[in-house]
Design a protein around this ligand. Structure first.
Ligand code: ZN
Length: 124
């Protein structure tokens, strides 16, 4: 059985899966996965695959060529509130990131960057 760690989470991202976990006691969903339920404190958790569809809640533009996305400047990072509940940030891969609008529907995708796989979203 896998541990609920960032490492495991990133392995799933590399496989194209957006995996969090679900509390078996109260049903709370966590993304990224947590070891202890944030709602009830239970440690009875199981992996849960998110559909990866949600609504763009916030978007930030970065024009400074700093790590980890240098070479992609300018790029946008969005926070997407998934339909299942949790919000998570990801690189926005739209062709025209300056046109991204809060409230847009977005879907999880993966950007390959050499050896790395980056959690990303694109608008629908
Ligand atoms: Zn719980």
């Amino acid at each position: 059985m896998s541990e609920f760690t960032t490492k495991e989470f990133n392995i799933f991202v590399a496989q194209g899966k957006l995996m969090g976990n679900r509390c078996k006691t109260c049903g709370e969903l966590h993304l990224p996965p947590r070891r202890i339920c944030s709602n009830c404190g239970s440690q009875q958790l199981e992996w849960y695959e998110f559909k990866g569809v949600g609504t763009l809640e916030a978007v930030t533009f970065n024009r400074t060529p700093s790590t980890p996305f240098k070479g992609r400047c300018p790029y946008a990072v969005g926070i997407v509130k998934l339909d299942e509940g949790p919000s998570i940030s990801g690189l926005m891969v739209d062709e025209h990131p300056e046109n991204l609008a809060v409230g847009s529907r977005a879907v999880f995708t993966v950007v390959r960057d050499g050896e790395k796989s980056i959690l990303a979203f694109k608008t629908l």
